[in-house]
Ligand binder design. Structure first.
Ligand code: GLN
Length: 483
């Protein structure tokens, strides 16, 4: 039998349910793999070996029927460390949370447990999920398993790298402007951002609440679907959770009308990425799907709008870290200086930059000029998609304009870093589902393609992408971390 840590969630679950392997053996194999490669990848901030072993042993006592009934039984899962857990610390990649242990589990964690998943640890991220490289983590960078001198993307870089390097078959990430899809693209894994409101945000440490969404990162679309089915659904603890989001049928196998937005293939697109995405489009045409050129004219304003709305919401969400209610507290000669020193010492530069930007954008006199204008752009972007989806079933774009860049390469040029989000932020602004799937390697580095669907068409999107997965080159092994 192949090494257990090379298998998908579906394969592991089936072996376990059939009684061919124990959950304990599955957990041990993944812990050993983490031990062997995470010294060089640094995907994990915390590994709960004992907790995972205990859960596994409990599952080994289950009857075959119980194993069968839990769709993720026997499956090790990692969580981005902005998803709160009762039994493990949660850092959000920041010093300010100190040794914070949440008094409750996030809804997605409850749902994972209910589905039989074995939570094995917490993964690295840019501080408070602000970033595209994982370099903004207070606990050091994560490295790309395909080339350890490069970033894994971000902000869910730890989750992406953990899945790509076969340390876990499944990880959860969060996506506010691309943080699931971009690192998925950079590391050659599948990353799915569901429709806003399909997955509860209860227990997700808030960055920009009107954009944040949790989703799965896996090595196959089938696994992403299985995990999404387990974690989605209405939650009364999250007032933005959708009641209408009942599980829907997967939809037809086509042929579909596929929209190709001309604004997403313009200047600044890496020729290697362009070549692979265009080959994918050709493959789709050969399968009988109809490619339709469309326009999403307001996408050119998306980065500007996103980098006002997200920091504005962040500045409000992060005001709760004052040294009184959570984690770390610095000393000060009075209350105000205690607040100031705590925030000064606790937050990293990128977080401070965003809080400043957001506070400025929301301040009296500037609100109309910045925040309100950005909200109007957001409406236009949503309308662009509505118009497009009245004539096409799906939209296909590159996930990112480039491939994984070198550590430090964009650190002095943040505008370049922000521009890398150009193809992903629009789905968050519009609230629609988006998925990045790997197209293989372009000159040695993974390249992803993004598929977008109308609001609430999550199941249809997953079904469609599963059907086209077969025309994608299978991902080879990340050689840097091969044993
Ligand atoms: N890279 C984007 C940012 O820095 C998106 C982050 C995210 O989706 N959490 O804000």
């Amino acid at each position: 039998m192949a090494e257990l840590w090379t298998l998908s969630a579906a394969q592991l679950h089936d072996l376990f349910a059939a009684g061919e392997v124990t959950a304990e053996a599955i957990v041990e194999a993944h812990l050993e793999r983490i031990q062997a490669v995470d010294g060089s990848v640094r995907a994990f901030l915390y590994v709960d070996a004992d907790g995972a072993r205990e859960t596994a042993r409990a599952q080994d006592r289950w009857t075959p029927k119980e194993r069968q009934e839990h769709p993720l039984s026997g499956v090790p899962v990692a969580l981005k460390d902005n998803i709160v857990t009762r039994t493990m610390p949660t850092t959000a990649g920041s010093k300010i949370l100190g040794r914070f242990i949440s008094p409750y589990d996030a809804t997605v964690v409850d749902k994972l447990h209910a589905a039989g998943a074995i939570v094995i640890g917490k993964t690295n991220l840019d501080e408070f999920a602000m970033g595209s490289s994982t370099e903004h983590s207070a606990f050091g960078s994560t490295f790309n398993p395909w080339d350890l001198t490069r970033v894994p993307g971000g902000s869910s870089g730890g989750s992406a790298a953990a899945v790509a390097a076969r340390m876990v078959p499944v990880a959860l990430g969060s996506d506010t402007g691309g943080s699931i899809r971009q690192p998925a693209s950079y590391t050659g894994v599948v990353g799915f951002k569901p429709t806003y409101g399909r997955v509860s945000r209860y227990g997700l440490i808030a960055f920009a609440s009107s954009l944040d969404q949790i989703g799965p990162m896996t090595r196959s679309v089938g696994d992403a679907r299985r995990v999404f089915e387990a974690i989605q659904g209405y939650d009364r603890q999250d007032s933005t959770s959708l009641q209408s989001g009942a599980w829907a049928p997967e939809g037809t196998s086509g042929p579909w009308r596929i929209g190709i937005p001309k604004e997403y293939f313009g200047e600044g697109l890496d020729p290697v990425v362009r070549q692979l995405v265009e080959a994918h489009l050709e493959g789709l045409a050969q399968q009988g799907h109809q490619l339709v050129e469309i326009s999403l004219p307001h996408s050119v304003y998306a980065i500007a709008a996103y980098y006002l709305i997200a920091p504005a919401e962040a500045s409000s969400n992060l005001s709760r870290y004052d040294g009184v209610r959570y984690g770390m507290r610095a000393s000060g000669h009075d209350l105000l200086s205690m607040y100031e020193t705590t925030r000064d010492e606790g937050f990293g530069d990128e977080v401070k930059r965003r809080v400043l930007l957001g506070t400025h954008a929301l301040s009296a006199g500037y609100y109309d000029q910045y925040y309100l204008t950005a909200q109007k752009v957001r409406t236009r972007i949503r309308e662009d998609f509505e118009r497009a989806f009245s004539i096409v079933d799906y939209i296909v774009t590159p996930t990112t304009p480039d491939r994984a860049f070198r550590l430090g390469e964009k650190s002095d040029d943040l505008i370049r870093m922000y521009l890398g989000d150009i193809y992903t932020v629009t789905a968050n602004l519009a609230g629609i589902p988006g998925i990045s799937i790997p197209l293989g390697l372009g000159e040695g580095l993974p390249v992803g393609v993004q598929w977008l669907a109308p609001t609430l068409a999550d199941e249809a999107l997953l079904g469609a992408v599963r059907a086209v997965e077969s025309i994608c080159q299978p991902m080879p092994w990340p050689e840097e971390v091969q044993q």
